[in-house]
Design a protein around this ligand. Structure first.
Ligand SMILES: [Cu+2]
Length: 137
């Protein structure tokens, strides 16, 4: 009896986490659409000059929450904001000792030197409530 209750509780928690994950992905997709519709040009991928471009959308959090990137290449991380009024505008890259107040709307670029394979770079708001991570592989 106890065991089945435990299993049920686990199932509910797992389903809850899954549903939350789906909601986060949907929210991030909605953000990307509206940011683009409002004239922001969200760039990702490796450009012709070999610079890796990463994009994070800041509004009600940082999206995506986690991403993987290529190690060993110069990288530019651009933080996109659009009608962003929350504390995500107080932005920090603690590992690189960089910080900036992001504009309400705009694209703010940060140069990231080539990172070691297997390393992780964290971004956070000033209070530490919004975070994201980039894993270099
Ligand atoms: Cu915050």
């Amino acid at each position: 009896m106890k065991r089945s209750v435990l299993l049920l509780a686990l199932l509910v928690i797992t389903a809850g986490a899954w549903a939350q994950g789906v909601r986060i992905v949907e929210y991030a997709q909605k953000l990307a659409k509206s940011f683009t519709a409002n004239g922001l040009n969200i760039e990702t991928g490796i450009s012709a000059d070999g610079v890796q471009k990463l994009a994070v959308l800041a509004k009600g959090g940082y999206f995506p929450l986690a991403m993987t990137a290529k190690a060993g290449v110069p990288t530019v991380l651009t933080m996109y904001t659009d009608k962003t009024y929350d504390c995500g505008r107080a932005f920090y890259l603690p590992d690189l000792k960089k910080q900036a107040t992001l504009p309400v709307k705009g694209a703010t670029a940060f140069s990231i030197p080539p990172q070691k394979k297997g390393s992780t770079l964290f971004g956070t708001c000033g209070m530490g409530m919004y975070t994201f991570e980039i894993r270099f592989e």
